[in-house]
Design a protein around this ligand. Sequence first.
Ligand SMILES: Nc1nc2c(ncn2[C@@H]2O[C@H](COP(=O)(O)OP(=O)(O)OP(=O)(O)O)[C@@H](O)[C@H]2O)c(=O)[nH]1
Length: 717
Amino acid sequence: MAAGLGVEVVSLINKLQDVFSAVGTSASSIDLPQICVLGSQSSGKSSVLENIVGRDFLPRGTGIVTRRPLVLQLINRPASTSSALTNGIEKGEDKAANSDEWGEFLHLPGQKFYDFHKIRDEIVRDTEIKSGKNAGISPQPINLRIFSPNVLTLTLVDLPGLTKVPVGDQPRDIEKQIRDMVMKYIAKPSCIILAVTAANTDLANSDGLKMAREVDADGMRTIGVLTKIDLMDKGTDVIDILAGRVIPLRLGYVPVVNRGQRDIESSKSIAAALDYEREFFATHPSYAGKENYCGTPFLARKLNQLLMQHIRATLPDIKMRISQQLHKYNAELQSLGGLQADGNSGNVVLSVITEFTTEFRNHIDGNTNDLSLNELSGGARISFVFHELYSNGIKSIDPFDQFKDGDIRTTLCNSSGLTPSIFVGTTAFETIVKQQIRRLEDPSLKCCQLIYDELIRILAQLLAKIQAFKRYPALRERLNAVVINFFKQAMQPTTKLVSDIVDMQACYINTTHPDFLNGHKAMAIVADRLNPPAKPGQPPAKPGTPEPRNKYNTRDLDVEKPEDPGFFGSFFNKGATKKKPSGSSSASTMEAPPSVIRPVQALSEREAMETEVIKLLIHSYYNIIKREMIDMVPKAVTLTLIQFAKENLQKELLAQLYKPEVLDGLMKESEFVVNKRKECIRMVQALNKAEEMSEGKMFFNPIFDFSMIHQQDHSVT
Ligand SMILES: Nc1nc2c(ncn2[C@@H]2O[C@H](COP(=O)(O)OP(=O)(O)OP(=O)(O)O)[C@@H](O)[C@H]2O)c(=O)[nH]1
C-alpha cells in the first residue's frame, strides 16, 4: 500500500484547514473532513495517536491530560536521500533530532520542532496559557502539523477524554463541559469518529461508542478501535466484536496493542512497541492469519483511505460553501468601502451629503425604490398627517361643545352692553366666532409638530440606510445634529405662519363670504323650525319674515307692563328679588344687584329663536374657517418646513460639514468598521486561496478506487 495514496486530496484539506484556522472561528461554517478520536479517559487514545505518528509527543500524566482539542495534521513527506536510513524510528531513538521529521504549530509560524519532546512541552505550555494550570478545559484547539516520511497523510483531532467524576479543583460540570466540546466536533457530518474502547472493558458500556451513536446512528462514519487487547483474559478475544456480532459498525473495528504503563516507564520505543504488536497478532491463536487487518499500521491505512473517500464525497460541497462565503465577504467588504481605508475625505463628505439630500427628497416625493408594501412611509405619512389626522382633528371641533344655549344668551346680552339689542347681535356672533377660531390654533400647531416628527423619522431612516454612516460614525453624528437643528430652525417661521393664519382668521370676520349664510336666511330657517308651517288651525308663518319679537317687539316701548320682567328680567334671575329685606315693604326700595347675576333656566321663545339664529350663523361661518384651515395649514407647513428643507438642506449641510477644519474629524472610521474590514480582507484572501486550491486539486485527482477499502474491511470478520 502506497503511503502517499490520496496525499494530494488530504493535504488539500490540511491546507484549507490551516487557511481557516489562521482566520479564526468565523469560517467555521465551512467544515472540513477530519478524524476525531473519542473515548473515555485512559482508554488509550493518546497511545493510539502516538503509534500512528510513530513518535512520543503527547503529554502524559495522571488525570485529565488532553484539555484542549489537538488538531494533528500528519503530512507524509518523502525522506531526503541522505537521512532516509537514519530514521529515528528505525534506530529506536525518539529523542534524536532528525532532519526529515519535524512538527510545526500554527501559533508559532515558521518554528520547526525536530525534538518531539519539545513538541510535548509546547503543547503543555500553550495548554496552560489557554486553559489554565489546573484541570480546566478549553475548546480552543491547538494546531500541530507533523511532517514525516513515516506517517500517512491524515488529519486527526485528539479530544479530551470523557470523564464522569471531577478530580481536584475541576469544575463540577466537567463531564458536561467535555461532552459539549466533544459533541461540537463529532456532530459535524464531515467528521469521521474514531471511537476508542479498551478491550478489557465492557463494549456495551463504552462511552465513546455511546456518544458516537448519538450523532451517527447508522454507524456510517464511526470506526471502532479496541485497545489493550494484550490485557484481555486468556482464552477471550474480540473476534465476536470484529465480526459485528456485538455492536455492529459499518466501518468495522480495528484491534490494537499499545505500550502498557510499564513499557512507558521503561521508555520502550514506539518502534519496538509496533514490532511487539505485529508479533502479538501474528502469533495469537485468535488473530493469526488475519494479522494484516489488525494493529496500528492497518488502522493508519484504513483511516487514510476513509478520510480520502470522505473528502472526495464532501469536496464539491466544500467548494460551493467556499464560493458562497467568498461572495458574502466580498459584498461586505464592498459595503465597508472596499480594501482602501480612506479616500479623499472631502469627496466622501460631498457624496454623502448629495446622497442624503437626494434620498431625503425622494422619500418625501415617494420616488424611493424601497417602497414598503405594508406601511406608509415618507411623503405618504406626511400626507396622512395633513389629510387624515389634521383634517379630522379640525373637523371634529364642535363650536358648541363648550357652552350651552344659555351661555349664548349671556354672550348675546353681554355683547349688547348698555343698550339692550334690538336685533340679533353681530357683536355676539363675532365674539363667539373669534373665540372658536382661537381653538383651531392648538391642533394647527400640533400638526406642525407632527410633520416635524415625520421629518425626523425620515432622517433616522436615512441614517440607518446609507452605508457610509456605518463606516463614519462621526459624520453620522454631525450630520444628524445639523439636520435636527435645521428642522428646529425651520419650525420657528412655520409655527409663526400657522399662528398668523389663525390670527388672520380671528381678526376679521368676513360676513360677506359668498358661502356664508346671511342673517335673513338664517332667520327664515329658524322660523320654519320653530313654527312648522303646515299645522292646521294656525296661520302659517310668512317665510322670510322673522318671528315677531313677542314680548319686546309687540310691546309699546312707552308702556311698561308691571309684570314684564324687562329686558334683564327675561334673561336673569335676580335672585335677591324674592328675599326682601325684613322691615322693608316699599316697592321703591332698591336693592343692590347680587354679586353674580346668572341666567334663569328656561329660554323664552324669542331667546330661543335668537340663540338658534346665532348658532346657525356660527356654524356656517365656522365651517368656512375650518375648510380654509384644512386647506391652508398644510400649504403653510409645506412652504416653510417641507419645501424649505428640500430646497435648503443641502446648502446647510455643505456649509456646516464641508469645511477643511471639520472634514478630517468626520472621516474617523469606527473601530468596529476598521476591525470588520480587516476580518473581511483576511477572509476574502483565505477564501480566494481556498477556492484556488480546491479548483486545482479537484481537477487533477482521479476517481478514488473504493475497492481497496472493501477488500480490507471484511477480511477480518
Ligand atoms: N497494556 C496496554 N496498556 C495500554 C494500551 N493502551 C493504553 N495503555 C495504557 O493505558 C493508560 C492510558 O493510556 P493513554 O493513551 O494515556 O489513554 P488516553 O485515553 O489518552 O488518556 P487521557 O488522555 O487521559 O484521556 C497508559 O498507561 C497506557 O500505557 C494497550 O493497548 N495495552
